[in-house]
Design a binder for this molecule. Structure first.
Ligand code: PLP
Length: 399
């Protein structure tokens, strides 16, 4: 094993880098999760989570991965045989589809090429054609972490409204919330699914469901089997600041601190920072002469960038060269883009110089792995970070 010095660069799009402040906040002794002291923490994190999802409705916090929160959304709001509409935006849409099928939902899956967000026109057409309102939910992935393409939830909401369709709107914003605008209430989302290990800057282990009144009513009327994930059972306990089971106490301390940090920066500034890092990364990719996996500028993700390696080259070999030489982890290509794509995470606890380190490691790695490219990507990204474009650089510097 190669010995590395300094800090590992964790540039996968989740789990992300955990701020020292959050690590310190979690470094606490065990506590009685039925005590008044715990209830104070419980109420604080529930309120903070509502501010992150921008809702006045309950936000359920499960000790689970994001996959658990996906399942929670399904088993509460839907029953076997219910028809749902989903869109193939990438691997995470495919995985959510897999869970829906295991619960015997009847899924209408709008096909996609993994290079853009969901096809809103097609979603609208299928909703319009469903005159008997058989579709019970539209399920969309906000920030598709496997591709770096965004589906704007408000556009899906508008498609539902234009067709007067009453289906629930369920959105996976696991890598969206905290990295870009997200408005659970204002966008009329019924179930928002979140996870801790992305823009919330925490270790994996917390899953979130923000739920609308309409979703809660659907769950109340839903006789299907569920226990651990039952929204109403958790909400009853949440009313006194606790959970029906032992909550992930130390992760909740971390959650409180992480949201405090995001709010100190200001959510608008957090989102602008992610957008800026996305733009600088794409400028580097363009200067290298490589292609981003996302082909639609309207869908570019501020949280991560998927990059395609030229035909005949293996993205995973390139990632290994970067890891071996520079101790940096980049995201692998998933499922049908395995070996074709690597992913650069610019999400969470991150700054300009971390991005420069990341892009420098990639540019050197492209050379070392003999991946055909042009140099100058790091310089192009610097120009974006300095707020200048290449054309405005002094002539001598451009030459
Ligand atoms: N949805 C999205 C968009 C994700 O990025 C992920 C994980 O990367 C998941 C769902 C699954 O979450 P987990 O791996 O925490 O179960």
């Amino acid at each position: 094993m190669t010995l590395h010095t300094g800090r590992h660069f964790l540039q996968i799009p989740g789990p992300t880098n955990i701020p020292d402040r959050v690590l310190r906040a979690m470094d606490m002794p065990g506590m009685d999760h039925r005590s008044a002291e715990f209830a104070e923490l419980g109420f604080a994190v529930m309120a903070a989570s509502q501010r992150m999802f921008r809702t006045r409705q309950p936000v359920l916090i499960y000790p689970s991965s994001g996959t658990g929160a996906w399942e929670a959304a399904i088993v509460n709001a839907l029953s076997p045989g219910d028809k749902v509409l989903m869109a193939e935006t990438g691997q995470f849409a495919v995985l959510w589809l897999g869970i829906a099928e295991k619960f015997r939902l009847d899924v209408d899956f709008v096909p996609g090429d993994w290079r853009r967000g969901a096809d809103i026109g097609e979603i609208e057409a299928r909703l319009a054609a469903d005159r008997e309102h058989k579709i019970k939910a539209v399920m969309a992935v906000h920030n598709e972490t496997s591709t770096g393409c965004v589906t704007h939830p408000l556009e899906v909401r508008k498609a539902l409204d234009r067709t007067g369709h009453p289906a629930l709107l369920m959105v996976d914003t696991i890598s969206g919330v905290g990295s870009q605008e997200y408005e659970h209430d204002a966008w009329g989302i019924d179930v928002s699914v979140g996870g801790s290990q992305k823009a919330l800057m925490l270790p994996p282990g917390l899953g979130f469901n923000a739920v609308s009144e309409k979703a809660l009513a659907a769950a109340k009327a839903n006789p299907s089997m569920r226990s651990y994930w039952d929204w109403h059972e958790v909400i009853a306990f949440n009313k006194v600041g606790t959970w029906p089971y032992t909550p992930a106490v130390n992760l909740l301390y971390g959650l409180k601190e992480a949201i405090a940090m995001l709010e100190e920066e200001g959510l608008d500034n957090v989102f602008a920072r992610h957008r800026r890092h996305g733009a600088a990364t794409r400028a580097a990719v363009k200067a290298w002469g490589l292609e981003t996996q996302c082909q639609d500028p309207h869908a570019y993700s501020p949280a991560l960038t998927g990059v395609r390696v030229p035909e005949g080259h293996d993205a995973d070999h390139f990632r290994k060269v970067v890891l071996d030489h520079f101790d940096m982890s980049l995201g692998t290509g998933l499922n049908k883009v395995k070996g074709k794509v690597f992913r650069i995470g610019h999400i969470g606890h991150f700054n300009d110089l971390m991005l420069m380190g990341t892009l420098s490691g990639i540019e050197m790695g492209l050379d070392l792995a003999n991946v055909p490219h042009r140099s100058g990507g790091v310089l192009a990204a610097m120009d974006v970070l300095k707020g200048r474009d290449v054309a405005s650089r002094p002539k001598a510097a451009v030459a």
